[in-house]
Design a protein around this ligand. Structure first.
Ligand SMILES: [Zn+2]
Length: 121
């Protein structure tokens, strides 16, 4: 299936979602709606989350991760689990920047050594 076909199928399966999104976009363009940072984490890259597609302008601005969790609050679903895992990983990376930097440097150094040894053989 091509991407276009996938998109078409998605639109056919989720007409109310597509409609709500269209209304949000046209209102954004017209300046009637303002995009806000993610309500949960302040990420500037936010998406409009709908709790009710029949009220297209009643939106909560959320980043991709928080939007997925919002749409799939039951983390027992595969996508919910994946989303919380991703978010967790992201938070972990953000709070362990220094360790990751040291680890990466060490890893590069070791790999260089290995390459050197391999080259000598
Ligand atoms: Zn967020």
């Amino acid at each position: 299936m091509t991407n276009n076909e996938k998109q078409k199928l998605y639109r056919e399966r989720n007409p109310e979602k597509v409609r709500a999104r269209k209304i949000v976009f046209s209102n954004l363009r017209g300046g009637h709606v303002k995009r806000l940072p993610c309500k949960e984490c302040g990420n500037e890259k936010s998406e409009a989350a709908h709790s009710d597609y029949s009220k297209p302008l009643k939106v909560t601005w959320l980043c991709k991760e928080h939007h997925t969790i919002y749409d799939f609050p039951n983390s027992q679903t595969a996508i919910g689990k994946k989303a919380s895992k991703r978010l967790h990983a992201k938070r972990w990376r953000e709070s362990h920047r220094e360790e990751i930097r040291i680890y990466n440097r060490e890893w590069k150094r070791r790999n260089r050594l290995k390459l050197k040894v391999a080259g000598e053989n």
